[in-house]
Design a protein around this ligand. Structure first.
Ligand code: FES
Length: 143
């Protein structure tokens, strides 16, 4: 058995930099042009919102529009609920928006901004992401 170093292990830094968790979501091509879908993410994640405080997100909103992929936390800005009713449905009649199925808020895909509904003017929380070798990787807040 090795003898322990008398000085012990080095203490961790007081405030280590937050390292985002990389979560593999699958092939990016599965989000086809015009798609608007809600997907669960395991594990769930939290983020800090200036208005709502610490918010738990139970999944992501994915969309592809004009070739670009958009990723948001699936948390409505009216009340911190998922936009869908548990069925993954977040599409409305318009192709350019996500629809919250609780009270009808509509969020523009391009920037997540609510353009009508009880939280008009507020925005969905964008989630950083990358596509590597055709695979979608989201960078979730740690903790
Ligand atoms: S919870 Fe989304 S519009 Fe009310």
């Amino acid at each position: 058995m090795d003898e322990a170093d008398a000085s012990g292990p080095a203490a961790p830094p007081a405030n280590p930099p937050a390292i985002p968790r990389r979560v593999h979501c699958g092939p990016a091509w599965m989000v086809t042009e015009g798609a608007r879908i809600a997907v669960p993410v395991v594990p769930n994640f939290h983020f800090d919102d200036p208005d709502l405080g610490r918010v738990k997100a139970r999944g992501l909103l994915l969309a592809r529009r004009l070739g670009r992929l958009f990723v948001y936390a699936n948390v409505c800005r009216h009340i911190p609920l998922t936009l869908d009713l548990g069925d993954g449905e977040v599409a409305g009649l318009e192709s350019a928006t996500f629809l919250c199925h609780h009270h009808g808020a509509r969020f523009r895909i391009e920037d997540g901004r609510c353009i009508s509904g009880p939280c008009e003017g507020e925005s969905l929380v964008a989630i950083p992401h990358v596509v590597e070798d055709g695979e979608l990787i989201v960078l979730l807040p740690s903790g």
